[in-house]
Design a protein around this ligand. Structure first.
Ligand code: NCD
Length: 330
């Protein structure tokens, strides 16, 4: 693991232009959901709704004309990488796409810090996905341009959490009073780590359902408790289904296991199928950051409560909103 500190000061570092009409998002690194307050989410969601209207009406706009975004991905990605690319292009900007870093100088031994310095000479902001926890923070320390964390190992995935929150608000009308059940790999799933912390800003009841081996890390639970949220831990899903408003399903993160036999042991812990859905409320949603392996049966795709495909589309609008805010254009 890279040396890591929760580093809210990064947030301030490039965030110095307040007072000249720019929002507090201007020039901001997006490293952790801990940077956000409820009012920030309201701003992002309002802009995301505007983006959706504009895309539906016109397809694109020229807010980021002349701006270049670098997508620097050291781990595989379909949705995060292409939705950032689509977002910047729909805003009139351009993208440098480095999807498989083994083809770049990193395969010659270049250090992350040097690669970041290189990309910042060409681009106006960098979206970084990297296998090591803390990497986005380290990148932000050497980079004068905004760094957006697109997943740092088992650490965080803040933009995914923002789009997850937006999905819940758009689908269910709000967050306060909801019961959210997180299922699957709570240990290694970074989307869970970010989303749980963000939910703690609201009056939400949280259930964690996982086999012992995949339980949420104790530092995450401690953080939630400190922020007034006490997740209830379960091994079985059935008992919590009838009360659940949001079922957030995750894939068991095979690539994070040192011991593949341990992966084999837990990989089929849960399968959400029509029987599961029969236990659920009429008004509830099933979410998944995707990719899915076998944890949601394909028969559930036809259920109107299956929100995971709609969730991807919300993601592009949220990423458009974030880019517009970080570049100081709204
Ligand atoms: C997730 C990730 O990369 O953390 N995917 C995504 O960004 N939508 C979830 C996963 O890989 O399981």
């Amino acid at each position: 693991m890279l040396e890591y500190s929760e580093h809210p000061s990064n947030f301030e570092k490039k965030d110095t232009i307040q007072g000249n009409g720019k929002s507090r998002f201007y020039g901001m690194d997006i490293i952790s959901v801990k940077q956000f307050r409820r009012q920030d989410l309201n701003i992002i969601f309002d802009v995301a709704r505007d983006m959706r209207n504009i895309v539906e009406r016109d397809g694109s706009l020229d807010l980021l004309k002349g701006k270049v975004l670098a997508n620097l991905f050291y781990e595989p990605s379909t949705r995060t990488s292409s939705s950032f690319a689509a977002a910047v292009q729909r805003l009139g900007g351009n993208i440098i796409q480095i999807n498989n870093v083994t083809f770049s100088s990193v395969s010659k031994g270049e250090e992350l810090r040097d690669t970041i310095r290189t990309m910042e000479s060409y681009a106006d902001a960098i979206v970084l996905r990297h296998p090591e926890q803390g990497s986005a923070n380290i990148a932000a320390q050497v980079c004068q341009k905004p760094i957006i964390n697109a997943g740092d190992g088992i650490g965080e995935h803040p933009t995914q959490a923002l789009l997850d929150m937006f999905t819940i608000v758009e689908e269910l009308g709000g967050l306060d009073g909801l019961t959210v059940t997180m299922l699957g790999d709570l240990r290694y799933g970074r989307t869970i780590h970010s989303l749980a912390k963000l939910l703690a800003l609201y009056d939400v009841k949280l259930h964690f359902v996982a086999p012992d081996l995949l339980r949420a890390p104790s530092d995450l639970v401690a953080d939630l408790v400190e922020n007034g949220m006490k997740p209830c831990k379960h091994v079985e899903l059935a008992s919590v289904m009838p009360d659940t408003d949001v079922l957030y399903v995750t894939r068991v993160q095979r690539e994070r296991f040192e011991d593949q036999s341990a992966y084999e042991e837990v990989k089929e812990s849960y399968v959400v199928n029509n029987d599961t859905m029969n236990m659920a409320k009429n008004r509830m949603i099933v979410m998944h950051p995707l990719p899915r392996v076998d944890e949601i049966s394909r028969e559930v795709d036809h259920d109107p409560r299956a929100a995971y495909f709609r969730q991807m589309e919300y993601g592009m609008f949220v990423r458009m909103a974030l880019l517009a805010l970080v570049f100081g254009k709204v």
